[in-house]
Design a protein around this ligand. Structure first.
Ligand SMILES: Cc1cc2nc3c(=O)[nH]c(=O)nc-3n(C[C@H](O)[C@H](O)[C@H](O)COP(=O)(O)O)c2cc1C
Length: 480
């Protein structure tokens, strides 16, 4: 039997309290059958919870408040809704995991638990694969992590490293062009030079951030170049295989995609072999290529820090630290046409605005909460708004602006489409720590105003406060 435990808890809840509550709830069920513990995003770093999960030998998973709020639970609570943005954590977590609820919500002073039984695997695995084999694949995918800390001072055996590289080298590639190479870097002098480059980029990124977000960023570790025994530069030779590589002619990007897939193969195999991998992209790739003395036709795609670790965290570090939140899968799946969102088997919601208005639940990162000043333009470049660290321009005109992460191009063809795109803008800012959006419509048209209306709706759905630049609830218009 495989049990799943849903847990809601306040910050600082002790291991003892959680353990006593769980033992009482399990009454008659075996703690060793607990394979999964599920809680709401943001609680996974609680020391008491982590100790409980370790003592059970279970895996810890999180769900967003939005995902939890969509589960039909026997004992919803308005009180919990006000605190957590969902009427249930413990029971909803059990139901969300696909388990049958065996023990409804039990409560202690600071926590709630519910227990469910996962269904026996009925669905057969692929021919030649036992059900357990398939489960291991899903497990490795779920438990792969970007690792930046906790590396051990232990060399990586050559046969182990070769296995990992073989797996990377087996990746699919456009026209079987296999455009990757792996440069293994152990030399400390080289790694120091690369580390200096990353530090310079880290400083530049920090300087670009609004104040609150910057202090949150200061607490984050973004690389382990000097903390790992091995760095691997994964490169791309975009011309490999000559002129007639099958499938590449119409979309040259497929060459770089192929290298990224090789990196993912490496990452997953390393996970199963107990090696932590951290991808560092705080570089201008040409600078790393120069340090490594790469030939001119070879480009850097990924720079990886690799080493043995004792353990892998249950959730991404950026989620644990509150820097970013996961986007629900249901936002990412469109049925037949863009905007018709819904998971397989669900009735898709045709208008994202309706979906947003219904959701009413937070999917928001919380570290270094930021306010964004959003200028909605039609064709203007909005350059003056980009001089502000908190400035972001949304341009709705048909002409594509030059690439700039400060300018979101949302070419809406109708006012309705503009509303939908506005909802998306707000919803997609929330998981990146945005807690407030101040909107100014610079060039009022029905399209720009529709987009601003969508931002209001999207903000509502994600717990992001949206107001006009005049400080009132209405979107203000520039006098220009
Ligand atoms: C292309 C790419 C570049 C990345 N660059 C960095 C980086 O420079 N520093 C860092 O700390 N993490 C980096 N990451 C790791 C992501 O932050 C991480 O994958 C994400 O937060 C999800 O966490 P998980 O990989 O543990 O699931 C990168 C990941 C990818 C795919």
């Amino acid at each position: 039997m495989s049990l799943v435990v849903g847990i809601g808890l306040r910050t600082g809840t002790s291991y003892r309290e959680l353990r006593d509550l769980l033992d009482a709830a399990l009454a008659g069920l075996e703690p060793r059958d607990v394979t999964q513990v599920v809680t709401v995003d943001g609680r996974e770093a609680e020391p008491g919870l982590q100790r409980l999960v370790a003592s059970l030998g279970a895996s810890l998973f999180t769900a967003t408040a939005l995902e939890l709020s969509q589960q039909p639970v026997p004992t919803p609570s308005d009180h919990v809704d006000r605190l957590a943005g969902t009427t249930s954590v413990a029971e909803a977590a059990v139901i969300l995991s696909g388990a049958e609820l065996l023990v409804p919500k039990q409560r202690s002073a600071r926590a709630t638990v519910a227990v469910g039984r996962l269904p026996e695997q009925q669905v057969p695995a692929a021919p030649g694969y036992a059900v357990g084999d398939r489960d291991v694949v899903h497990r490795v995918l779920a438990e792969r992590r970007d690792v930046r800390r906790g590396f051990l001072d232990r060399p990586i055996a050559d046969d182990l490293l070769t296995r990992v590289l073989e797996s990377a080298h087996r990746a699919p590639s456009v026209g079987l062009s296999q455009p990757w190479d792996f440069v293994l870097i152990r030399d400390i002098a080289t790694r120091r030079k690369v580390h200096d480059l990353a530090t310079a980029q880290r400083d530049a990124f920090a300087a670009s951030l609004p104040a609150g977000r910057r202090s949150a960023f200061d607490g984050l570790k973004i690389e382990a170049i000097l903390d790992t025994p091995l760095n691997i530069a994964v490169t791309c030779d975009a011309g490999r295989g000559g002129r007639h590589v099958l499938g590449r002619h119409a979309d040259p990007r497929t060459t770089w995609f192929s290298v990224a897939i090789a990196i993912q193969n490496l990452w997953l195999t390393a996970r199963a072999e107990g090696l932590g991998v951290g991808w560092v992209s705080f570089f201008e790739p040409g600078e790393v290529a120069a340090v490594l003395d790469l030939p001119g036709h070879v480009e850097l795609v990924g720079y990886l820090c690799v080493g043995h670790v004792e353990e892998f965290a249950g959730t991404p570090e950026l989620v644990r630290s509150g820097w970013a939140a996961r986007r629900p899968l249901s936002w990412a799946v469109h049925q037949e046409a863009w905007g018709s969102r819904g998971l397989p088997g669900e009735q898709p919601s045709a208008v994202i605005a309706e979906d947003a208005a219904r959701a009413g639940s937070a999917v928001r990162a919380v570290a270094g909460e930021q306010s964004v000043y959003l200028a909605v333009v039609d064709g203007a470049d909005g350059a003056e708004y980009l001089r502000r660290a908190d400035g972001l321009v949304v341009r709705v005109g048909a002409e594509k602006p030059a690439a700039d992460f400060g300018v979101l191009w949302r070419p809406a063809r109708t006012a309705d489409e503009a509303v939908e795109l506005g909802v998306e803008v707000a919803r997609d800012l929330a998981p990146q720590g945005v807690s407030e959006i101040v909107v100014e419509v610079i060039e009022p048209t029905e399209i720009t105003e529709g987009l601003a209306r969508g931002v209001f709706l999207g903000g509502l759905a994600c717990g992001v406060s949206v107001k006009g630049s005049d400080g009132l609830g209405e979107v203000s218009h520039s006098s220009a």
